[in-house]
Design a protein around this ligand. Structure first.
Ligand SMILES: Cc1cc2nc3c(=O)[nH]c(=O)nc-3n(C[C@H](O)[C@H](O)[C@H](O)COP(=O)(O)O)c2cc1C
Length: 300
């Protein structure tokens, strides 16, 4: 059974990798490189170092996870220094290294994309769907819901790094099919965008732990992911496959907990898939375990 696939012209041994938010440090890259992941996704990284939000910032139950980490990472100086070594470690294990970047302006997305490619990244994922950035009580706009901003980020990135570079655009789940068509049109018109990664967390979910919010920052509002996200993720992949030009590939993410889920994402139009919550809960054994299951379902 052949599981080999390809995203943006990059060969992958199989369609499953870690999703952004699960690998920030060199040690994480070493651990993932030794695992059965098809690629190593580092990030999201930001220009400034960020300690992330304080308090309870992650919770996972059997049906869903909530998080409001607030993009903790060491910032551009660290990644400028350490990315070449991260790339060498991943490549040494025969895996491409991808970097997820999160800017707070088109300029920052552009600078971080250039930094990642200069460090040797094989692909850059533009995280346009992070819901968990707060300044006091004000939440920052989620970039993917502003088509003009998406167009501006893509235009500037293309201008800086060139249209040939391998870039995927990561977006939030869209409940308005017209808005999804609008962003698909913007991404489809860009030369530098080779893929769309869908979905990031659903913004501003809330859950109680007794009388208290489960998550501390943002009054308890947090990004929703995990098993319950799968039907939403599959729906987004299916819609986008119909909306995007054929040359733009789709990386499916959301609620993967079994090999069958990967197969369903593939059948819906994704060439590759990612896993966050299940990886955070069960660590690197998810890759070998899900792949074993995928081999079984794919050969049926
Ligand atoms: C704790 C946590 C941190 C995350 N951090 C990021 C991040 O930094 N950048 C990003 O693009 N997505 C981030 N995500 C979203 C995941 O990459 C993924 O899109 C989402 O969780 C759905 O996948 P899942 O159902 O397998 O968790 C994070 C998710 C979790 C649970």
């Amino acid at each position: 059974m052949e599981l080999q696939t390809e995203v943006a012209g990059i060969r992958l041994e199989h369609p499953l990798m870690n999703a952004a938010g699960t690998c920030k440090m060199l040690e994480d890259v070493k651990e993932l490189s030794r695992s059965a992941t098809a690629a190593v996704m580092v990030g999201s990284i930001t220009v400034e170092p960020r300690t992330g939000n304080a308090g309870d910032v992650y919770w996972a139950g059997p049906m869903f996870s909530l998080n409001s980490l607030g993009l903790p990472n060491r910032g551009a100086p660290y990644y400028r220094e350490v990315l070449p070594e991260m790339v060498a470690v991943a490549h040494g294990e025969g895996k491409p290294l991808f970097v997820s970047v999160a800017g707070f302006s088109p300029e920052e997305y552009t600078d971080l994309t250039e930094l990642a490619f200069r460090g040797g990244a094989d692909l850059v994922e533009l995280n346009l769907g992070c819901p968990n950035v707060w300044q006091g009580s004000a939440q920052k706009r989620i970039a993917c819901f502003d088509p003009a901003l998406v167009a501006e980020v893509l235009r500037r990135v293309e201008e800086r790094v060139g249209a040939d570079m391998k870039v995927s655009v990561k977006i939030s789940p869209f409940s308005d099919p017209f808005a999804l068509a609008e962003v698909a049109q913007v991404i489809g018109a860009s030369k530098v965008a080779k893929a769309v990664t869908t979905v990031n967390t659903f913004p501003n979910a809330f859950s109680y732990n007794g009388a208290k919010p489960r998550i501390t920052p943002g009054g308890g509002l947090a990004g929703f992911a995990g098993p319950a996200m799968k039907p939403i993720g599959l729906g987004q992949v299916r819609q986008l496959r119909g909306l995007l030009p054929e040359h733009i590939q789709i990386i499916g993410v959301g609620g993967i907990t079994h090999g069958q889920d990967i197969q369903e994402y593939r059948e819906s139009g994704a060439v590759a898939t990612q896993v966050a919550t299940a990886y955070l809960e069960r660590h690197e054994q998810v890759f070998s375990s899900f792949l074993g299951e995928l081999l079984e379902v794919a050969s049926e």
